[in-house]
Design a protein around this ligand. Structure first.
Ligand code: PLP
Length: 402
């Protein structure tokens, strides 16, 4: 590896986010390639036996095995850390691997976690099903209500865990208030920032301790690979997270890391354009459906808070129809441009019915309590001309009597 400008934080910290997303973390090999090299290798060789021993002892710099380190994955980790404003980052195989590792690396039997009610279905499975099996207690709160966070704290509370905006209800959490409370009480806050990305919202600036991602979403941004990431202090990553991930193995493949590196190059462009498109579509839907939920719309109950901590409303919106599952499924079936798909962050517009897909694994009561009704639809707005998306929605709404 030569020319390491992209890896020198003294230089890259001074770059603006769009520059960081294109060039951060880049390290060139002796060939001087312009595009990041893809190192498809599971292992590494050593000149001498003593070198292997020194590397295993941590006395010599260098890589030993791709479950632990890989040059392509490391470039991605450095780029994400940079745009997040974090000291360090570790990439993982999926967003759920990142969430699981961020939680379990620091929790033990007898600890207590407070988590936001509206969350990605699998995140709720971690808090509601997996952690209690290992004696980790959880309290679920309405994350919009700062008092509920305060009231839920117990002497053994170790972690606050939430998303903002939340999937799929678009609930907003007051980052400064909730992360500030956690700090004050010696609790670690973990923010799942998948919906906003570091270009629209940087939770660390509001006092969050750890930011975790599904990089599958906006970071790849073109619906190709799964990936995840955890960002935090050097101390947390090195002392708490690394041992857990090195020994349990939720490692990101170098190929997927390379794809996400390419995705990040256009993240700034995509997130801004898709947010603009989403605002146009939300403005149309707001007048047309009983309820449209989009943080960028003045009608969103937490619009002011959202806009105080996010640069734009993001790419995701949700709507509530009065006609339950029949009308929601009817609308999906009447679409011709927008695809029926449960993915988000894609450059294509996609729509799903959370109650029968992403949140189907939760009980009806849990869904109802978190605001995921039978008439809810979630929409990811892509890079198509928003007028084409609006025309498609207009036709589909008419087909179900709206
Ligand atoms: C998709 C998603 C996840 C899970 O990420 P995967 O990459 O699918 O494992 C977690 N949290 C949120 C908010 C998500 O949207």
């Amino acid at each position: 590896m030569k020319r390491k400008t992209g890896q020198d934080r003294a230089i890259t910290n001074g770059w603006r986010p769009a520059t960081q997303a294109v060039r951060g973390g880049t390290a060139r090999s002796e060939w001087g390639e312009t595009s990041e090299a893809l190192f498809l290798t599971s292992g590494y060789t050593y000149d001498k036996a003593a070198d292997a021993a020194a590397r295993f002892a941590g006395e010599q710099q260098g890589m030993t095995y791709s479950r632990l380190q890989n040059p392509t994955v490391e470039m991605l980790e450095q780029r994400i850390a940079l745009i997040e404003g974090a000291e360090a980052c570790r990439a993982m195989a999926t967003g759920m691997a990142a969430m699981t590792a961020a939680l379990l690396c620091q929790l033990s039997q007898g600890d207590h976690v407070v988590a936001g009610r509206a969350a990605f279905g699998s995140c709720r499975w971690l808090t509601d099903t997996l952690m209690p099996r290992f004696g980790i207690e959880t309290t679920i709160v309405d994350a919009r209500d700062n008092d509920q966070w305060r009231d839920a704290i117990r002497p053994n509370t170790k972690v606050f865990f939430f998303e903002t905006p939340a999937n799929p209800t678009l609930d907003i959490v007051d980052l400064a208030a909730v992360c500030g409370l956690a700090r004050e009480r010696g609790i670690t806050s973990i923010v799942d920032n998948a919906f906003a990305t570091p270009l629209l919202q940087r939770p660390l600036d509001y006092g969050a301790d750890i930011v975790a991602y599904s990089a599958t979403k906006m970071m790849d941004g073109q619906g190709r690979v799964l990936a995840g990431a955890v960002c935090g202090t050097e101390e947390f990553i090195e002392k708490t997270l690394l041992g857990f991930i090195r020994n349990t193995g939720p490692t990101l493949s170098p190929f997927n890391a390379w794809v996400v590196l390419k995705g990040l190059e256009t993240l700034d462009l995509r997130i801004r354009r898709q947010s603009e498109n989403a605002l146009k579509v939300a403005t149309f839907l707001d007048k047309r459906v009983p309820e449209c939920l989009y943080p960028g719309l003045p009608s969103h109950p937490q619009h002011n808070l959202a806009m105080s901590q996010m640069e734009a409303g993001g790419t995701i919106l949700a709507m509530n129809l009065d006609g339950g599952r029949t009308q929601a499924h009817g609308l999906l079936d009447a679409l011709s441009l927008v695809d029926i798909s449960n993915n988000i962050g894609d450059s294509r517009s996609l729509m799903t019915h959370p109650a029968s897909t992403t949140h189907a694994g939760l009980s009806a009561e849990v869904r109802e309590a978190m605001g995921v009704g039978e008439g809810m639809l979630r929409l990811n707005i892509g890079l198509e001309d928003p007028e084409d998306v609006i025309e498609d929605l207009d036709r589909a709404l008419e087909a179900v009597g709206l």
